[in-house]
Design a protein around this ligand. Sequence first.
Ligand SMILES: [Zn+2]
Length: 107
Amino acid sequence: MFCTQCGLELRAEDRFCSRCGKRTETAATEAACRPLLLDKENKKIAGVCAGFARYFDMDVSLMRVIWLAVGLTAGVGFLAYLAAWIIVPSDRTRRAPEAFAPHARAY
Ligand SMILES: [Zn+2]
């Protein structure tokens, strides 16, 4: 496997290019099939923000700020939060394989 940006040869298990930092296909595939689950290990309330942050590969604090901003301005944020809480399955009941959450430890 070669980096699509700089052409450096990479190992199959590499998630990022060691030279230019570009995501490899391995990381892209993982991101594509990562399930949206409530993150019960990093939760503040229900794990909705942490779950969405993991799903979108974003910082969990930034995701909380976005949820709060939407909730305060549009008023639908809290309803959306409750809906997500009910709809999105918990990672406690359906344990995500560790390979699908390689960044969870960083939070
Ligand atoms: Zn590269």
